[in-house]
Design a protein around this ligand. Structure first.
Ligand code: SF4
Length: 239
């Protein structure tokens, strides 16, 4: 894909959603960190349901350590891998208290040393909580980058490196959200909604879907969920 197409794709995604936000409910970097750790192999909606009850009880490292693994489990037991996640959240809270003055660190190296925090989680926290132009590649972004040929790659790290390299600077801060939302609501895994896609003429996917009889092909799908979807979205202090 050439540079002009890439630019036009991001221009359209930006025009459709100028200020994209994380769909994980949070108000502070610590809440975001916990929510992202909990979100591995779980839906944002499921995590938001759990943290809606958890954060009024414990939304600081000190409160989380006080709550402890056994105390935390009942709040997150509806989420997959909750035992491991509970241990990680309490352990990382203890490290934040011991080594970072109770604050979430801003740099990748320190973030990736926390239990349950890998490259993707660190990228999300750096981007959403601290406004750094990182691009976390999840399953949605991996699919969109490969289908469109925006930044094809065999693994998430390869895709991330290409996205960072080829995304014009002015789009880098929000690229993660635009692509994730596009993958979640339009370029979906099983049957992409190409007839309603606002970048269909720029996308290089060779197996685009066609409009079904009766489907309004020209009506673009929203790039963000409607309020009726029940998703709680709050803003970070820093993001
Ligand atoms: S045209 Fe289809 S394959 Fe390409 S980005 Fe849009 S939904 Fe995805």
């Amino acid at each position: 894909m050439n540079a002009d197409k890439r630019r036009r794709i991001f221009e359209r995604l930006r025009a459709a959603n100028p200020e994209p936000r994380s769909e994980l409910a949070h108000r502070t970097p610590f809440e975001l960190l916990v929510a992202v750790v909990l979100s591995a192999q779980a839906t944002d909606k499921g995590v938001n349901k759990a943290t809606e009850r958890l954060f009024p009880i414990a939304n600081t490292p000190a409160a989380m350590v006080k709550l402890g693994v056994e105390g935390l489990i009942p709040y997150i037991s509806s989420i997959g891998l909750f035992n491991t996640k509970a241990r990680n959240v309490v352990a990382l809270s203890q490290i934040l208290l011991d080594e970072h003055g109770g604050e979430v660190p801003r740099d990748r190296e320190a973030l990736e040393k926390l239990p349950g925090v890998g490259r993707k989680t660190a990228n999300v926290v750096m981007n959403v909580a601290f406004g750094q132009p990182t691009i976390a590649v999840d399953t949605h972004i991996f699919r969109v980058a490969n289908r469109t040929r925006l930044a094809p790659g065999d693994n998430p790290l390869e895709v991330e490196m290409r996205l960072v390299k080829f995304t014009p600077e002015e789009f880098r801060l929000h690229a993660h959200h635009w692509l994730i939302l596009h993958g979640r609501y339009v370029c979906i895994a099983r049957v992409p909604r190409c007839p309603q896609c606002i970048i269909a003429d720029l996308c290089e996917y060779t197996a685009k879907t066609r409009a079904l009889p009766g489907m309004p092909a020209t009506q673009a799908l929203p790039l963000k969920p409607s309020p009726a979807s029940g998703t709680v979205r709050r803003r970070t202090r820093a993001g």
